[in-house]
Design a protein around this ligand. Structure first.
Ligand code: ADP
Length: 334
């Protein structure tokens, strides 16, 4: 998944790697999903077959890439990684398919952004482990049929609703990742502080978890920030006081709202009289792509009960006004 956090918090793949769970046993939370995957893996192992194609969906930073990298490791097989936007034509996908060894995995991130031509090309690859390649043009064109090794596609998407039905149906298993409980996030923060060899108090771990918007990636980013703050301004220990000062500096409030969340809510309230406002119009006003709003801003605001969706657009709630300590807009629908 992507991210448009302030520069400091931007995803750094190298950073991300060192904290990423390597085995299924290190994956925190998502108990039901993990239990089902264990059964799926176990059956595959016992039958000595490749794993069936698996679709993972859910908001960014919840562990889709993590699971996709853990599963092949559990089975001791290879993993290739690509993404929907990187596959602009079938020829971009072909090398991955021909390189795929028996039982290996191909992870396609943002699979909903694969163009239709690539999607049609992948159907026979997923279903019958073959591809149809057209050689030559016009009257000389002929189709060559190529057999592939039996491999596993793991697709990840933030928008399972945007997947076409034929593509969705080619996945044997589909798992939805949901936002994490605070207790899981506390556990992730504690473990990762240990990995980073940084002492942290229980309250500080909780304060980080509480601001992490149910998202492990956020928890890791905030932990790193708190650690830098502690190193720069104190003795390197992450305490309650350090965490509060560190987040004041980032303009992240007690429940994890960031400046862009507050701008979203304030625009909805002031420019659109509290709504309903369409996401396109909001995007224009905020100068942020509507897709980004839908993927990365709105899920948390919806979950926090600060906005509601209606057929005519987004509406701000009383809870949001109370949190921002604002009065209801005069002409608003509240
Ligand atoms: P996605 O692919 O859904 O955007 P990632 O798998 O890249 O999310 O997760 C982002 C980071 O969050 C990972 O690098 C990892 O450190 C952490 N993370 C995600 N899920 C978990 C989990 N269940 N347990 C522990 N850490 C996790």
């Amino acid at each position: 998944g992507g991210g448009w956090d302030s520069n400091y918090l931007a995803d750094d793949p190298e950073y991300d790697d060192e904290l990423r769970p390597k085995r299924l046993s290190e994956v925190v939370g998502q108990r039901q999903v993990v239990e089902r995957l264990e059964v799926f893996l176990d059956a595959t192992r016992k039958r000595n077959e490749p794993l069936g194609h698996l679709l993972l969906d859910g908001p960014p930073g919840l562990g889709k890439t993590t699971l996709a990298s853990v599963l092949p490791r559990e089975l001791g097989t290879e993993l290739q990684i690509t993404s929907g936007p990187a596959l602009s034509a079938p020829k971009d996908l072909l090398p991955y398919l021909t390189n795929a060894s028996h039982g290996s995995f191909l992870f396609i991130d943002e699979i909903h952004r694969m163009p239709a031509t690539v999607e049609e090309f992948i159907y026979p690859a997923m279903e019958d482990f073959r591809v149809d390649i057209t050689l030559g043009e016009g009257l000389n064109a002929r189709t060559v049929n190529m057999k592939l090794q039996k491999f596993t596609v793991i697709g990840a998407t933030t928008r399972s609703g945007m997947l076409t039905a034929p593509l969705r149906d080619r996945f044997i298993r589909r798992e939805h990742l949901d936002f994490y409980e605070d207790t899981d996030l506390v556990e992730i923060v504690r473990r990762n502080a240990r990995k980073l060899k940084t002492p942290i108090t229980d309250e500080a771990a909780f304060e980080i978890a509480r601001r992490s918007r149910g998202t492990p990636r956020k928890a890791n980013n905030l932990l790193r920030w708190a650690r830098d703050f502690a190193t720069s301004k104190a003795d390197g220990n992450i305490t309650d006081d350090i965490v509060k000062r560190a987040f004041d500096m980032l303009e992240i409030d007690q429940i994890g709202l960031e400046r862009q969340d507050r701008r979203y809510l304030e625009t909805l309230i002031k420019t659109f009289s509290g709504g309903p406002a369409g996401v396109q119009a909001l995007g224009h006003s905020l100068n942020i792509p509507a897709d980004t709003l839908e993927d990365e801003v709105e899920p948390f605001l919806l979950r926090s009960g600060f906005i509601q969706r209606s057929p005519r657009g987004r509406i701000v709630t009383m809870a949001a006004l109370e949190h921002l300590k604002l009065n209801p807009p005069d002409a608003g629908p509240l």
